[in-house]
Write a protein that binds this ligand. Structure first.
Ligand code: FAD
Length: 405
């Protein structure tokens, strides 16, 4: 009898969770499992702000996919998915194609620039290891170049971060630690450095408890961050950004580095492959399948689910992507065994912790608000737990964060 073929696209949080759970749930005689990923490695997307600021080496945030899957049960293909032909049940890869009976799309998200002029060309985004490495190098280059020029360009030492959401604030926290080191290393006067956070919304960290937000803002301001809240970026240019000021006025902020951290959309393959989507994210059924596609599951940042309590989409998080991976694996196992009744996914939000650098954070975990070293400890435990869930204790020993005192 022909085995059922399951193809999983993406070895991020959602894809790896699906693969590692599925390899335990179904036997080799029941299904053929193929996992496709662009790189030979998985990266911890939730640690990329550290690699981008240069406070954590990029090799610390990644590990080989083959180290955490059972290669006797899961075939790993290192390739880039280009398009999905749902009618032909086929995935087009850069170097070939794959047929499937069931498909899991776990390709993560991409930066959303909301059509703002020049952002794609002149701003960086924290999206993967390559972009994190480039941001780190670029900032360091600005510092290294500053003292080599006869006519000093102070704007080289200005870093603009677009967006005061989760990613922007975590990155600012790391910059707060990194900038004094760079100043020391390149003999740069700390007073000359500007870190400016520009946010169009009237608040920092929307959705977070106001008391925690005040703590975060005060902490970052102490580290030299200037907040320009309620200020929209109108354009990014080779020299910096142009922001709106009042009704029709604009202001130019010259900056050697602009990092856009204000929006996420689904992977572009989603729209290219004809799925109905909102900003590249597919509103999936409760069983995580794409509407109208009984054999396609979409999880993680390329999927969208509504939180009925507040009638708004759940934010795209690793926490949800991993939980979806578990449900997706169980549902696939059921389908392989001919059961048609599938589990409905319900996120179990255990809390959210936002780091403010190496030793400070704010958050709510298990219903309790916390700040400072306690929250920072909790953040590292959450990071270690994610490693444990995918690779067990050996991965925690290899990659875990133990700088907890
Ligand atoms: C700086 C930062 C901090 C964050 N902090 C938190 C946090 O503290 N807590 C939290 O819950 N969430 C956090 N998030 C959000 C979280 O990282 C994402 O929601 C999560 O990574 C989504 O998981 P995913 O499986 O959908 O995609 P990802 O984990 O991003 O994985 C996608 C995978 O697909 C691969 N891929 C992409 N395109 C292709 C292609 N065409 N072909 C083959 N492979 C491809 C990628 O290489 C990657 O391995 C943070 C995000 C950022 C950027």
């Amino acid at each position: 009898m022909r085995k059922v073929k399951i193809v999983i696209l993406g070895a991020g949080y959602g894809g790896l969770m699906t693969a590692t759970r599925l390899q335990k749930a179904v036997g080799v005689n029941e299904a053929e499992i193929v996992l496709v990923n662009k790189n030979s490695y998985h990266y911890e997307t939730t640690w990329l702000h550290e690699a981008s600021a240069g406070t954590l080496h990029h090799d610390r945030v990644r590990y080989d996919v083959k180290n955490v899957i059972d290669t006797n049960k899961v075939q790993f293909v290192q390739d880039t998915a280009v398009e999905i032909k749902t009618e032909e049940k086929k995935v087009i890869l850069e170097n070939g194609e794959l047929e499937y009976d069931y498909l899991v799309i776990a390709l993560g998200g991409e930066s959303e620039t909301f059509g703002i002029k020049g952002l794609k060309e002149h701003a960086f985004s924290i999206v993967n290891v390559n972009s994190a490495r480039q941001i780190r190098e670029h900032i360091e280059y600005q510092f290294a170049t500053y003292n080599t020029e006869i006519e000093k360009k102070d704007e080289r030492l200005t870093i603009v971060v677009g967006g005061a959401g989760f990613t922007g604030i975590e990155f600012l926290g790391e910059l707060g630690n990194r900038i004094p080191e760079l100043c020391k290393e390149y003999d740069v006067d700390y007073e000359k450095v500007r870190i400016i956070c520009v946010e169009a919304a009237p608040m920092v960290l929307p959705g977070f408890d106001p008391e925690l937000v005040n703590y975060a803002v005060a902490h970052l301001e102490k580290k030299g961050v200037e907040f320009r809240i309620g200020t929209a970026i109108k354009e990014a240019t080779p020299e910096g950004i142009i922001v709106g000021k009042g009704e029709d006025e604009t202001e130019e902020i010259k900056a050697g580095t602009v990092v856009w951290a204000a929006g996420i959309r689904g992977n572009s393959i989603i729209e290219k492959s004809g799925f109905e989507a909102m900003r590249g994210r597919v509103k999936v059924q409760l069983d995580l399948r794409a509407p109208g596609h009984e054999n396609v599951f979409i999880i993680g940042d390329s999927s969208l689910m509504i939180n009925e309590e507040i009638n708004r989409p759940y934010p795209p998080t690793a926490q949800i992507a991993m939980q979806q991976g578990e449900t997706c694996a169980r549902n696939l196992a059921a389908l392989v065994r001919g059961k048609n009744e599938l589990e409905q996914f319900k996120p179990d939000i255990k809390g959210t912790v936002c780091s403010l650098g190496e030793d400070d954070a704010i958050g709510v975990a298990f219903g309790k608000k916390m700040v400072g070293s306690k929250a920072s400890f909790m953040k590292k435990m959450i990071d270690n737990r994610a490693l444990y869930m995918i690779g067990g204790p050996s991965l925690v020993m290899k990659k875990g964060k133990f700088n907890i005192l």
